[in-house]
Design a protein around this ligand. Structure first.
Ligand SMILES: *[C@@H]1O[C@H](CO)[C@@H](O)[C@H](O)[C@H]1NC(C)=O
Ligand SMILES: *[C@@H]1O[C@H](CO)[C@@H](O)[C@H](O)[C@H]1NC(C)=O
Ligand SMILES: *[C@@H]1O[C@H](CO)[C@@H](O)[C@H](O)[C@H]1NC(C)=O
Ligand SMILES: *[C@@H]1O[C@H](CO)[C@@H](O)[C@H](O)[C@H]1NC(C)=O
Ligand SMILES: *[C@@H]1O[C@H](CO)[C@@H](O)[C@H](O)[C@H]1NC(C)=O
Ligand SMILES: *[C@@H]1O[C@H](CO)[C@@H](O)[C@H](O)[C@H]1NC(C)=O
Ligand SMILES: *[C@@H]1O[C@H](CO)[C@@H](O)[C@H](O)[C@H]1NC(C)=O
Length: 439
């Protein structure tokens, strides 16, 4: 039964956004009454009472313009309600594709530090999230959480060691759970990633949407050809424009003090690792250096983010584009992007950067500026210009050089890219017709 899951899970490829959702109901936490009183008697350790149950919900390809509270034509009343009971994270970033985002969530580390900076895991590739550093689930389990996962893994499966139950999860899809310990549940949806499928009763609610892909999608972001929409942001899935990386996220549940608030502090998917392990009162010992920072103060109290720098990616394996602008700093023909404070620098070939309104929407759409096909440097003030209309690279060469310096320093810490050739031995026909570990 488990193996039947492989096909849909592992053929699903792209992602552009993520929702995080924490319900830390106090009542669910009183499950450890006995050990709590023991702890209280011994050393006043109330940690189990304080530690929340955590449900982390993660959805592929969720477009920026596909959540009701962003003014979408798609209605998401349940998500809107949950979000309005909690904290909406409006300055939240992910990676432009599925396995890169997942690898950063589970490792707390940038792609350049895990070797996964190029594209995604293909099913036929003997590859996976490196085993040299514990996952977030390993640390939650070590902190005493019951750890469970349901859904799309996409962090490698060619050897047993790479599967969820060997990466810190007590169970993967199904299997009874115990209520002895607080819960960490990672619920990673395949939808709204393609293929688009929806029961007719739900599709009927969206007959006003002309575009059939978007109509199916509506009930299930990111991948425009899959019906998602990121307007007014620029670009979409697999690009380094904001439409590919600026995600939808909120945190909700009993333990969130800042109910009904909007948080505009810079937060990244790598930040969940230290944030959630911190909530679990776990330890970060034994991990390779994390790129994520603990954002719980920011999320719960609105204090300024501890993060001012965010490396979106450096991918030297993508084809170089144009000629380097300078000889003595980062090579601008390499595909990369970085955020420092308000400013974002993009180099190389970031992908299609057009602005695409939702199908059927009749509003003036800006067209892509007519620039040289070899152009390979863009600079934006994302705070002032979140839709990336005003390239400042010519006006602010000093800032361009400063941000190139950041890229150069990050590049010096990059590990070699892991992107092995496809392996014919992966063929499910050799393994009883199902995808599974083959080495
Ligand atoms: C979270 O738990 C609280 C308390 O049990 C409950 O009222 C609320 O509906 C829950 N929220 C979600 C999203 O399950
Ligand atoms: C925990 O203990 C308190 C006090 O003894 C009791 O009222 C409560 O029902 C217990 N809760 C659970 C979940 O067992
Ligand atoms: C409290 O107890 C838990 C479980 O026994 C343990 O993991 C944690 O480190 C303790 N915390 C403190 C502050 O003593
Ligand atoms: C981290 O610390 C915990 C608790 O002190 C310990 O059980 C665990 O083995 C340590 N992990 C590593 C990888 O050192
Ligand atoms: C970079 O170096 C090459 C070869 O030394 C030189 O021809 C070119 O003018 C230099 N470009 C810049 C922008 O300095
Ligand atoms: C970029 O995307 C737009 C909108 O989907 C499309 O019209 C345009 O042809 C694309 N440009 C390129 C170069 O593929
Ligand atoms: C970027 O825009 C913000 C908001 O308008 C402004 O406060 C800040 O000074 C700008 N930064 C730069 C470097 O232009």
């Amino acid at each position: 039964m488990m193996m039947k899951m492989w096909l849909p899970l592992l053929f699903a490829m792209w992602l552009s956004a993520v929702s995080g959702n924490i319900n830390n109901s106090a009542s669910m936490n009183n499950n450890n009454n006995n050990s709590n009183s023991k702890n209280n008697n011994n050393n006043n350790n109330n940690s189990n009472q304080k530690r929340p149950n955590i449900i982390f919900v993660f959805a592929d390809d969720y477009g920026f313009n596909d959540i009701g509270y962003h003014g979408s034509q798609i209605s998401t009343p349940t998500l809107d309600k949950l979000a309005s009971d909690g904290v909406k994270l409006e300055n939240y970033y992910v990676q432009p594709l599925c396995s890169p985002t997942r690898s950063q969530l589970m490792s707390g580390r940038y792609q350049i530090h895990t070797g996964l900076q190029h594209r995604i895991f293909r099913s036929e590739q003997p590859n996976g999230l490196p085993l040299d550093s514990p996952t977030m689930a390993d640390k939650m389990k070590e902190a005493g959480y019951a750890t469970h996962m349901v859904g799309k893994w996409h962090l490698g499966f060619y050897k047993d060691e790479y599967l969820p139950w060997n990466r810190g999860f007590d169970s993967y899809f199904g299997k009874g759970t115990s209520l002895e310990n607080p819960l960490f549940l990672y619920l990673a949806y395949q939808s709204v990633h393609e293929p688009l499928q929806v029961p007719e009763e739900y599709e009927r609610q969206y007959t006003h949407i002309q575009d059939s892909k978007r109509r199916s999608y509506a009930d299930n972001g990111g991948a425009r050809r899959g019906g998602a929409n990121n307007f007014p942001l620029r670009g979409g899935k697999s690009t380094l424009w904001e439409g590919g990386i600026h995600g939808v996220a909120f945190v909700t549940g009993g333990r969130v003090p800042a109910k009904g608030t909007v948080n505009r502090e810079l937060i990244h998917v790598t930040d969940w690792f230290p944030t959630l392990v911190g909530l679990a009162q776990g330890s970060l010992n034994g991990t390779k250096p994390l790129d994520g920072v603990d954002q719980w103060d920011t999320i719960s109290n609105g204090t300024p983010s501890k993060r001012t720098v965010l490396l979106h990616n450096i991918d030297p394996m993508s084809s170089n584009h144009g000629v380097p602008l300078y000889n003595d700093t980062f090579d601008t023909s390499v595909r990369a992007a970085i955020r420092v404070g308000h400013m974002k620098l993009i180099t190389g070939a970031p992908g299609n950067g057009s602005w695409v309104p939702p199908p059927g929407q009749t509003q003036a759409v800006p067209s892509e500026p007519n620039t040289s096909p070899d152009k390979n440097v863009w600079l934006f003030n994302i705070t002032a210009d979140p839709t990336e209309h005003h390239d400042l690279s010519d006006q602010m060469p000093g800032t361009v050089r400063t941000l190139l310096g950041y890229l150069q320093r990050f590049d010096q810490t990059a590990v070699p890219i892991l992107f092995p050739a496809l392996d014919k031995n992966s063929n499910p026909a050799l393994h009883g017709g199902v995808w599974g570990p083959w080495q």
